[in-house]
Design a protein around this ligand. Structure first.
Ligand SMILES: [Zn+2]
Length: 354
């Protein structure tokens, strides 16, 4: 039988349903999705539904109860409808547990889209409780929106939100989940304003900072036997690749602040006040960073150049006039220095090599 499906290019076509995942594949998908973006997730029970695990979201260890099935075509005339079937055997084991910051129950459908990742839909637990076998429905067009939107919200007949998402949003969804399948968003969401994905990421950012700090602390503890230089390199790489760089990519429009190089692989989130001397807030404060290409990062990180509060360049006297020419230092523009950046720059200037 043909139903509406998502094609490899993300459009809707008429085709047979994709091959279902095995329950092992579904559990692997959940596990991998919940260990992205510095979330950490461990299973505590994965023999039968609801699967159980503990998700650390930066603030809370969340006891997670997970119901998950493949999305298959619904037995109705609407060719776009997909459903999961909540099996009768799992019906009385607490699908409608209260949702609190430390205990959450989620209902997932997974769709084996012919793209790099499967797509996920989530339904309200409260409207799907306590009666025989029950199907949860979603339109395949709404599932496809996750490809372009990252995370997308639609409504069921009871006006309960249904979310469709890429796996990378599953942790944020759970972290922000409140009763009635609503999300604890920093700004009220209307589909006409900021895309939901931006709102979700902004709402998750405080917890993400905490997770990043904890992860780096874990890494530091695990490499305690290395020399301080080796430790610094590893932490720098971790930060350079991670959240701090993302924040600075946004602030500096993906270009080196000093030369406009925009090759992502060459760009580094460079701390003004060094990581090792920064407190947790300062470590991930965008005001404490410049997005720099590799060679400008090397100069700045080694305190061979710095900046005055008016944004003009300071050059260490240990760089010879010839090297200054080779390095094109006369081409470095005046940078924008905000008031929030000044204390960090002041610290950096004090370390300029003399
Ligand atoms: Zn540069």
């Amino acid at each position: 039988m043909s139903y509406n499906q998502i094609s490899a290019s993300g459009t809707i076509i008429s085709a047979s349903n994709p091959i279902n995942f095995s329950s092992k594949e579904i559990k692997n998908l959940i596990f991998n999705s919940l260990n992205l973006n510095d979330y950490s997730f461990k299973w505590t029970q994965q023999r039968s539904q609801p699967y159980q695990g503990i998700l650390f979201d930066g603030t809370n260890n969340i006891d997670l109860y997970i119901y998950a099935w493949n999305m298959t075509p619904a037995y109705r005339n609407n060719p776009s409808e997909k459903r999961i079937q909540i099996q009768a055997t799992v019906n009385n084991v607490g699908i409608d547990r209260p949702i609190t910051p430390t205990e959450k129950t989620i209902i997932l459908g997974v769709y084996n889209a012919p793209i790099d990742y499967p797509l996920i839909a989530t339904w309200d637990t409260t409207v799907n409780r306590g009666h025989g076998q029950k199907s949860c429905y979603v339109q395949i067009e709404d599932v496809a929106r996750a490809i372009t939107d990252g995370i997308y919200c639609t409504k069921d007949k009871n006006n309960a939100p249904i979310y469709t998402m890429k796996p990378s949003f599953l942790g944020d969804y759970i972290s922000l989940l409140q009763a009635s399948n609503k999300l604890n968003l920093a700004k009220p969401y209307t589909s006409t304003t900021t895309p939901l994905s931006k709102n979700v990421m902004a709402s998750s950012l405080p917890n993400r900072k905490k997770r990043t700090i904890r992860k780096i602390t874990d890494i530091q503890n695990s490499i305690i036997s290395l020399t301080s230089t080796e430790k610094e390199i590893i932490c720098k790489q971790r930060i350079g690749q991670g959240l701090f760089k993302e924040l600075l990519m946004d602030k500096y429009s993906c270009k080196c602040a000093l030369c406009n190089i925009s090759i992502k692989q060459m760009l580094i989130g460079s701390h003004i006040k060094e990581w090792s001397n920064s407190n947790d807030d300062e470590k991930l404060d965008v005001n404490n960073g410049l997005l720099l290409c590799a060679h400008h990062d090397a100069l700045f990180d080694k305190h061979l150049i710095s900046f005055n509060d008016d944004g003009t360049l300071l050059i260490s006297p240990i760089i010879s006039p010839d090297d200054q020419i080779s390095l094109n230092l006369s081409e470095i523009p005046t940078i924008t220095v905000t008031n929030e950046m000044k204390p960090f720059l002041n610290h950096h200037r004090s370390k300029l090599k003399r």
